[in-house]
Every structure is written in C-alpha cells, then in structure tokens.
Design a protein around this ligand. Sequence first.
Ligand code: ADP
Ligand code: ASP
Ligand code: MG
Length: 453
Amino acid sequence: MIVMKFGGTSLESSERIIAVCDRIKANLALRPVVVVSALAGVTDLLIRGAKLALDRNRSTDDIVEEIKARHRSVTTDFLAAGEARLTLFTHINAVANELNAFYVGVHNLQELTPRSLDAISGIGERLSCEMVAAALIDRGIKAKAVDARSVVVTDESFGRALPLMVETTEKVRRVLIPLARSGVVPVVSGFIGATQKGVTTTLGRGGSDLSASILGACLPAEAIQIWTDVDGMMTVDPKVMPNAKVIPEISYAEAAELAYFGAKILHPATIKPAVEKGVPVGILNSLNPKSPGTLITARTDGGAGEPRAIAFKKGITVILISQPRMLMAYGFVAKVFEVFERHKTPVDLIATSEVSISLTVDDPERLHAIQADLAELGEVSILRGLAIVSLIGRGFVRTAGLAVRIFSCLRDINVIMISFGASDVNVSFVVNQDKAEQAVKALHDEFFGPRRS
Ligand code: ADP
Ligand code: ASP
Ligand code: MG
C-alpha cells in the first residue's frame, strides 16, 4: 500500500483534478490510500470569513456563496450532469449551510475560539475529498470519500493538534485497510481529525502533509508520495529563485529542518511519523509526473560540509532580555525559558552573553503577555519585522572555511543574530525581513550558482 497526498495546488481546477485521477490510476496496482487538501485558496477564504464574522457590521454571506459557487463550478467542469453530480451538489449545499451556521454562531457570540476556527477551517477538505472520489468513480475507478474525523484521532490542541497514534492505527486498520484491500481507493480529507470525544480538530496550516504521514505510518505504507506543483524539494523556493535546483535525495533530518525553517513545501511535523516507521517519503510534481522528484530517506551520509538547501522565514521577532544586576548568577536562563513554556510559545534561535539573552519567536500572539512576564526578570527590548535565513546540509561543524563563505555573502547586510553549531545540519541567522531575498540570492549564487552546477 502507498499513500498519495495531493495539495491544494494540485486541486486548483477541474483539469488539475483530472490530472490527479490520472496519477492515481497509474498507481492503482500499489493500492493507494489518497489524502487531499482543500482546493487552492479555500482554507484562507474560510479563515477570512471567520474573522469577518467577528465584525458586527459585516456579513459573511458572500464568503459562503463563494465557497459554494467555486466547488459547484469545478464540479460542473469535471462531472457531466447526472445523479453523481446531483449527489455532490447536495453535499456541497449541506456543508455550505453548516459553514453558514458556524459563521452565524461566531457573529452572534462575538467569539472565535480555536475550537470553532478548526470546525470552520476544515470545511474545505470535507468538500474536496468528496469531489476527488466522485471524479475517480466517474473515470471507472472504485473510490470512496472518507472523512478523516472517523480515522485520525488527535489530542485537544485545537489549531495544531497532534495525532494519538494507537487510537488512529486502530481506526486505520478498521476503516481504511479493508477498503484498500477490496480494491476501493479511500480518498481521505487531509488537515482534519477529531478528538476522542469526536470534536473536529486541525493539524495546523499545511497539515495535510502530516495527515499523509500519519496514515502512512499507521497502515504502514511502503511509501508516501507528496504530490505538489514543483519538481520536488529544491535548493531554495523556486518562486524566489527561478534557477533553484531539485535535490534528488535528502535525509529526514535535513528535510525536517528545511520545513521548520520555512520551506513551505512540507509541513514541519510531517517527517516524524514516517521516520519512526522508516517509511520513505517522495515529493513529486502532479503537473510533471515524469520528473523523478525528491526522495526523503533515513540516510545521512554523503555530501558532508556542503549546504544542500536554503530556507527563510519572515515575520520573526527578536526578544532581548538583559539582566545587568545578576552578573554571574545562575538560574536566569531557566527563568526566561519558563516564561516561554508558560505561554506555550516556541523559541527558534537563541544567543547568549553573560548578562543577556536574545531569542526569536515567530508566533506573535502571546508577545504582549510574554513581554510583561519577562520584564520581571530584566530589561526587555523587542525587534520586529525580521527574517531567519537558514542553510541546511550536513557536517557543518566539521567543515573549515564554511562560515567565511557564508558571511562573505552577507557583507552588505546587517546580521542581527547568528546560530552556528547548535546542530550539524543547520546554520541560521537573522536579518531585516526586507533583506531576506537579497541574502538568500547571494547565498544561492555562492553555493548553488552556475559555477557549481
Ligand atoms: P501544496 O498545495 O501541494 O501543499 P504548498 O504550496 O504547500 O503546496 O507547497 C509547495 C510550494 O512550496 C511550492 O509551490 C514552492 O513555492 C514552495 N517552496 C518553498 N520552499 C521550497 C523548496 N525548498 N523547494 C520546493 N518548493 C518550495
Ligand atoms: N488546506 C490546509 C491549509 O491550507 C491544509 C493543507 O493544505 O495542507 O493549510
Ligand atoms: Mg502544503
């Protein structure tokens, strides 16, 4: 069995949905379990509607109509008039009515909790899985839409839920394996799950990759294929640098770092369930299936000392805490981290001196409260509008001359923080976010430019 996951970019239009059916058809012998994201842009629209619903003077009717119209129009383009199309339209109407009721609830209560937002933002996947299943059946392939809430069991961390693997494995064995074994392609909604009590959760933005990885680990699958709109994992985001190159093979550790430090192609947590079960993950282009793509494996040897890719993440904030009075005291760092733990806010990079500590966060939600708590420990200053640029590779701390090469690329750019040596696979630094592209370009030319190809 394999897992084939198709992202929103692969489900943008009826033509793309038909191309997806072709990819699935070509892999039928491998008994695929399919995972789909929402149609491109739909999750953003749903979330926009939720925020709009909080405004007393605005209506969300247009958003509900747009959701309905978009799904009906794509359906009309790939499915001829008939019973199957009518059934799908009925489903689209029912889910749109549910969405409307959620928006009305948010509007009346003037409250949008992470739990209600999950119910709203997961609507797109509940529609797309029915559409892809119908498109497959229309092409003579046995298929069944499966609402992931009946399979993926998660904890109650709404907005970034984590899977409960034992419970999920049990459901996967009961629901998905018999379907796949009987020659039916299960088309599972990505991104969503449900708590043990059956409340809808989501796995975080981009979470359909994680859905694929969870199912791949629970089956367990022989391979997980992540189908997207580029030829694989590349040396840098090809939307930023058109001369980015495909990386044919990359280790789990490198891929996880790349994802975490901003390469949007993969959800950061995707790799973990797959690594734990040793399931290889392939990244492939649904628009260019002949391209070999990228294989993510457990292998960690080879190519040491050379960066393999560059990632960057904007919207970063640096928090600097200084404590001059406590010169040489111990316990300061622990107290600082306690504050971040209390506010459940992850810290990415850290730099310390004897009397101060700088760290970066990319989730500004709790910043105000964090700042207030840190002020009890020392003087706090905040720098916003920054970016982390990261080079990912292997054997960095064992390679002479690498730092010189990296920082000579940045001679015209103000570097605010550096993290080198925390891991052998990552060198990261912080710059102003309007300089991020310039830094990425200079580094890409140095390490992957024409001289190197
Ligand atoms: P999907 O809808 O298939 O989940 P995403 O938009 O989430 O697709 O991810 C694919 C996008 O990731 C690509 O279109 C590309 O712009 C972006 N991306 C960022 N970094 C990289 C990278 N290093 N290699 C390839 N793509 C990248
Ligand atoms: N549709 C969800 C999102 O846009 C999940 C995904 O695409 O992976 O975040
Ligand atoms: Mg994605």
